[in-house]
Design a protein around this ligand. Structure first.
Ligand code: HEC
Ligand code: HEC
Length: 165
């Protein structure tokens, strides 16, 4: 009887821990690479590495001189260090079920360079109407910080979303 009770308790706690992990909208690790933070937040927020798989970050980092119409080129040493950080925290390698879910949701043959084109992003934003993305204070879906007030800290939780009019 007692044993059964313990098993039941363990199942409940397990489920609670799982739910919390699954729901976490804190997408950055507690320790981040300083060069990544500086170099990759010069023109937009430093996007959470967990939102793309390793192959995407490698491809993006290999073509920084032709980066979405701008030159974001870095010297080899910095590029190598930042690539190492991105890969270690990518959807394939970051801890937690959310990262695993993102990794699984991207077809193995696909190497998306935009977070905003992934099925994960589209699903999380399916309530945002097309007109909203084009508002002057937003301009681009890639402008995460326009709506996610905690984006720079990696906090994308629902209670920190404010959509500008
Ligand atoms: C010189 C400016 C500049 C720098 C520096 C820069 N980027 Fe970008 N990045 C851009 C522009 C411009 C876009 C396109 C934004 C848009 O579509 O609204 C972009 C888009 C992106 C996107 C795609 C966003 C989406 O649509 O999901 C990723 C990912 C990205 N950058 C990663 C990086 C990383 C990693 C670094 C650091 C190595 C970096 N960027 C440094 C200018 C820059
Ligand atoms: C037009 C405003 C807007 C922009 C821009 C935007 N988002 Fe969102 N985002 C939302 C809304 C609204 C939700 C849904 C909030 C909810 O109900 O959880 C959401 C949800 C999310 C979630 C799920 C949060 C959770 O509760 O689990 C993630 C992750 C996310 N956004 C990431 C991003 C990233 C990364 C970018 C930039 C590449 C971005 N968003 C750009 C409005 C925006």
């Amino acid at each position: 009887m007692l044993n059964r009770y313990i098993v039941l308790l363990a199942v409940c706690f397990g489920a609670a821990a799982w739910a919390e992990d699954e729901d976490s909208a804190m997408l950055l690790p507690t320790a981040v690479n300083a060069k990544w933070k500086t170099e990759c937040s010069a023109c937009h927020i430093a996007y959470p590495p967990m939102l793309l798989p390793e192959r995407s970050w490698r491809k993006l980092m290999a073509d920084l001189d032709k980066h979405f119409g701008v030159n974001a080129g870095l010297d080899d040493a910095n590029a190598k260090e930042i690539t190492g950080f991105l890969v270690s925290q990518s959807a394939d390698h970051a801890q937690g079920r959310r990262a695993q879910g993102i990794a699984r949701s991207i077809a193995p043959a696909a190497t998306p360079l935009r977070i905003t084109e992934t099925a994960f992003f589209k699903r999380e934003h399916n309530e945002v109407r097309a007109e909203v993305w084009k508002r002057p204070k937003i301009k681009s879906a890639a402008n995460c910080g326009a709506c996610h007030t905690g984006a720079e800290q990696g906090d994308f939780s629902e209670d920190r979303v404010r959509i500008p009019k």
